[in-house]
Design a protein around this ligand. Structure first.
Ligand code: ADE
Length: 224
């Protein structure tokens, strides 16, 4: 999968690509993520990407032309591209959306700053508007990296053990139960004996019950 991220802060994106599975996925050729500087798609000496909104109002708005040119550039040679706009006005990201996106060949992710973007970008180039939650960040870069990470994990081959993705909360419509590692006893708290029993059937049943209990307690909405 190819992912192009368009931003005025490409270094923010590049930095998070140099760690963990995203770095490994790129080394192994499973994903390719490219960060593009929106200023490279301006046509004036000062590389201006924002202007005050027509009709007045607070703050600055991002101009449409640099985004249009950037998308045109990223699309070159690609047949099916989805263009995501990171915005608190978008559809809230969830596991199902990530699964849909993980089946795509090419994503272009636009990261506005300031008060947002000229409406014509939405109308003409964007295919999906995506929010990562009901709060406002100062730009789309971190939300874009949330999408990149969550989607990349679902691409076959990226996470070493497919089981660990399949067992993740939400992939199975519930939360994972409590998990433990060494030591067996920590500050007076013991690991449940069943997990040390070696009886795989009993362990599976225990994990299933714990997962259900935790989901009922914390996210009963997931069971409906
Ligand atoms: N940009 C600023 N806040 C955002 C959010 N919550 N989700 C996506 N993009 C954003």
């Amino acid at each position: 999968m190819l992912i192009d991220v368009v931003t005025i802060f490409p270094e923010t994106v590049e930095c998070s690509l140099r760690t963990g599975i995203l770095e490994r996925g790129q080394e192994d050729g499973i994903i390719q993520v490219r960060a593009h500087d929106l200023r490279d798609f301006t046509d004036d000496r000062h590389k201006v990407t924002d202007e005050p909104p027509y009709g007045g109002g607070p703050g600055m708005l991002m101009k449409p032309e640099p985004f249009f040119r950037a998308v045109h550039h990223c699309r070159r040679g690609q047949h099916n591209s989805r263009v995501l706009l990171m915005t608190p006005q978008g559809r809230q990201l969830n596991h199902k959306i990530c699964e849909e996106l993980a089946r795509e060949e090419h994503l272009i992710i636009l990261c506005p700053r300031y008060e947002g973007v000229d409406e014509r970008v939405r109308q003409w180039v964007v295919t999906n508007e995506v929010s990562i939650g009901d709060y406002v960040l100062s730009g789309g870069e971190f939300p874009a990296m949330v999408v990149v990470d969550a989607v990349a994990r679902l691409i076959p081959g990226l996470v070493g053990e497919p089981e660990s993705v399949r067992g993740d909360s939400f992939a199975q419509a519930g939360l994972e139960g409590p998990q433990y590692t060494r030591p067996r006893e920590f500050q007076g708290l013991e690991v449940p004996a069943v997990l040390l029993s070696g009886n795989h059937q009993m362990i599976a049943r225990h994990n299933c019950e714990q997962s259900r209990l935790r989901t009922v307690q914390r996210r009963p909405d997931l069971l409906r």
